[in-house]
Design a protein around this ligand. Sequence first.
Ligand SMILES: *Cc1c(COP(=O)(O)O)cnc(C)c1O
Length: 361
Amino acid sequence: MKINLNPNQNPASDADREAKIAAGGFGKYYTDNMLVAQWSEASGWSDAEIKAYGPLSIDPATSVLHYGQEIFEGLKAYSQPDGGVSLFRPEANAERFRKSAIRMALPELSIADFVSTVEALVSHEKAWVPKNFGESLYIRPFMFASEIGLGVRPSNQATYIVITTPASAYFNPGKAVTVWISTEYVRAAKGGTGEAKTGGNYAGSLLAQKQAAAEGCDQVVWLDAQERKWVEEMGGMNLYFVKGKGAGATIFTPKLTGTLLAGITRDSILTVAKDLGYKVEEGMISTDDWREGVISGDITEIFACGTAAVVTPVGGAKSAEGSWATGDGNPGPITMQIRETLLGIQHGTIADTHGWNKRVS
Ligand SMILES: *Cc1c(COP(=O)(O)O)cnc(C)c1O
């Protein structure tokens, strides 16, 4: 895919940009430019363009506004000790984007085109990559059905856009989140779209998120749709349970059954934990196993993981049947070790032995 340059003629001043980076948060400010490409069934992908970030003008009958045919990705660019910038495992995001596209009947974007468009925008917006450890430039590639018309069918036009936003830690890393275990609502069922990164999965989750907040919890935990028993994910993050303590601990995560979103952070942690000498295990864990494990002391730490927050400790859990806590609300030692190791690899302060970092500048 050829990338044409038509950048913002009025970019933020150095002072304005620095202030926006320093403001932190997640998705508060966007960089000067975005990348846009169009697809049609007749002519395939057209050239991509890097142009000024700004509003889109779309017809009210555009398909995505009515039927939600949409996919997205989330990945990060991290500053390196020598002042350069690296993307973390962009090919893995490209592959997942391709699979999400297939599931949502959108056109496939090749892995090479996904990676080269992300690389081109990030190197153009390099000055927006925060320098501090734990901070990053969050990259949001997405694609939506842009055909105009109310007929229900796979769109014969699609728009692909990449936007970027400076990000500090999404959650407060020092504070464990509390979770509401939903037995009333489900995120995904077998044969559904749970494995695809599509907005509809999130739209359907918001009422449960509201319920979690009403119960005094930060996040919702999803159970399987059939038995409402097996733990799947937390909000938009995967879950890990630490069994035991110290060097003999086992790091356990729910296995990918087809209804979980296959997180790249989840996958990276399976490897990182093994490198650190822990046993790793993928399997099934029920809410009863969770409660009993915490009470007996077999489960010593719980954390959630995803690109936005990297690793977030999980403290209290609450369900219709009661509530229980893990630890004292502070992140456990293995949670912190895994978080620091992963962030160290991403920032180039710990050796990248698996070739995960891709330099863009
Ligand atoms: C994106 C996402 C994750 C985490 O995936 P990462 O690749 O680690 O960012 C987990 N669960 C859901 C539902 C998601 O959408």
